[in-house]
Design a protein around this ligand. Sequence first.
Ligand SMILES: [Zn+2]
Ligand SMILES: [Zn+2]
Length: 378
Amino acid sequence: MTVRFKLMLVLFAILTLLLGGCSSKEDSLKEEPKPEEVPAFLQQESSSPQATALLKIHFIDVGQGDAILIQSPTGGNLLIDGGEKDQGEKVAGYLRDQGVEKLAAVVGTHPHSDHIGGLLEVIDNFPAAKVYLPAVTHSSQTFEELLLTIKNKQLKISTARAGTVIPLNGLQAEFIAPQAEKYDDLNNYSAVVRISYGKHVFLFMGDAEQASEEQILRAYGNLQADVIKLGHHGSSSSSSPEFLAAVAPQHAIIMCGIANDYGHPHRETIAKLNKLKVKIYRTDQDGNIVVSSDGKQIIISSDRGKKTSDSANMPGLEAKATPALDSDESGNYIGNKNSKIFHRPSCKTLPEMQNRVIFSKREEAVSQGYVPCKACQP
Ligand SMILES: [Zn+2]
Ligand SMILES: [Zn+2]
């Protein structure tokens, strides 16, 4: 044996020892380390970066009404609707809890109080760069108060209409409705927002009903979206079979109140979704619903703990061994649902796609009982 060969053997042995800590065995249930074994300094690290490479969409449970916070991967915030006036404080509190200090844009989809009421509190308390409303007026007190609040803040109203791009860092966001100048029903004036990030598309329908859906269908060749916030709280006057077929969503979000007066969501809507095998999330049953995406994978979680990932429906994603996130600087961590170990995105032994859980903060992983991988030491 030459000296060089011996040296290589020694090096190999050291390398094996060093890398052994994060072998694929580590991700099996058998070798799951107990939480007590995690050094305290690893558990207490609190300097995880604020910025996240994740798009986060929060469907805030405001009872019967809409309030949706969209946080772009680069930290821009967009609020679509704010629920009824008495939900304003809840929405403002939710925004603060998410670290929101200012809003790139606020959209009031249409003048009904279950959409614009809570915006009074929000516009009063958060600097907003832009406020979008459709070009329609309404004689309600809430609508007049909204106009006054906007005026008092010396903000200008930008018109929400199809084709207008919403300036939001890190995301493509635009209005695809209203298409027309005049409608019979106030709901059809709804500003409909389309957002795309990576390979995913998200549609936010406001209270748009069939008349608007038909115009959107005529105007856009490709309407496919992964997630849709259904129009008008799941009413049967929205979500026509033709429209749902064109959108072909995997996940549908319905925002409505428990035992609301309108019977939302209507049975017909649920039946249509079931027929298309669309997964349904409802604020009346699930509470707050959060959709996260790194542009390649969608994860949906809610207050009631339902947690699903679309990777199971996308064989292409499973087949690819590429990590969901590309850099450690993104501030993201990837957990293994089975082993409860979490990794840096650059770790060599990331779990299979269908077993992944993405955390935007280290504390989030730790608080859910995940322990750091010994090799990549997240
Ligand atoms: Zn409504
Ligand atoms: Zn409405």
